[in-house]
Design a protein around this ligand. Structure first.
Ligand code: MN
Length: 264
């Protein structure tokens, strides 16, 4: 039996299926007590992700269609809509306004809108969202297609302005922050501007780096420690707040983290 005291942190955006050895990563999450939201980049990857996640109460699979691959995987939007009916966790979805993805930006908007509509229709959905160079449109589509009662949006690795972060917070969004965001002053200033009760932690593994190596879920307690420095408070205070935020978010999708682990 796993005691709830063994939970040491939360990774709200982790590409478990892109890790060289997902099974080893999952057992590391269990060993280190990190509860993970395992995102996917295409709906075709959902089935395998779900199989891996089924092996552990610590790992929760999300179905997504990453904006960077919408050009080649656009036709999978129908499958994405179908699978959102089965999954309370959705992601990675969103928009990317970088020049190399401009050619299919309108398609990105369509896919993102349809995913949000599906999440809204079924309700109790947690969505982890990419918004690089497209924050304004991302927030506009969240406002157009969802309500706070049905969909809880998490902006992952947010790189917009402080004003945009405030706008997103007013819309009801949460923010998952990673080690890379904490490594520069601009990121730390941005994080400080986010309402503390909307803050979550993530790795974006295997993409984000910390100290020259890839960040992994077991780094989450270190991220909490760095956040405590930003807030000039005791680590225990920051950790308690991060736990309370995380518990509230999982609960939105009907998942009681404490019960989940004590029942396993
Ligand atoms: Mn990602």
């Amino acid at each position: 039996m796993i005691s709830k005291a063994e939970i040491r942190g939360f990774d709200f955006h982790c590409h478990v299926d892109l890790h060289p050895d997902p099974v080893a990563l999952i057992s590391q999450c269990e060993h280190e007590g990190i509860v993970v939201l395992a995102v996917t980049t295409t709906p075709r990857a959902w089935h395998q992700n779900k199989l891996w996640a089924s092996k552990s109460p610590y790992v929760h699979p999300a179905v997504g269609l990453h904006p960077e691959v919408v050009g080649e995987c656009y036709s999978e939007v129908v499958l994405l809509e179908q699978l959102i009916s089965q999954s309370r966790f959705v992601g990675e979805i969103g928009l990317d306004g970088s020049p190399q993805y401009q050619a299919f930006y309108e398609k990105q908007k369509e896919v993102f809108s349809r995913a949000l509509e599906a999440a809204q229709k079924h309700g109790s959905r947690i969505v982890t969202i990419h918004s690089r160079r497209a924050v304004k449109d991302t927030i506009a589509l969240i406002e157009r297609h969802t309500t706070r009662t049905n969909v809880l949006c998490i902006l992952h690795w947010f790189t917009g302005s402080i004003a945009e972060a405030q706008r997103a917070a007013q819309t009801g969004c949460y923010f998952s922050v990673n080690a890379a965001m904490l490594s520069h002053q601009r990121g730390r200033t941005l994080i400080r501007s986010i309402p503390r009760d909307r803050l979550l932690t993530e790795t974006d593994a295997p993409f984000a780096k910390v100290n020259g190596r890839k960040s992994v879920p077991k780094d989450m307690p270190d991220v909490a420690t760095e956040l405590a420095v930003i807030y000039s408070e005791q680590v225990s205070e920051t950790t308690t707040r991060l736990f309370s935020n995380a518990r509230r978010v999982w609960q939105f999708a009907g998942l009681d983290i404490d019960q989940l682990l004590s029942a396993s």
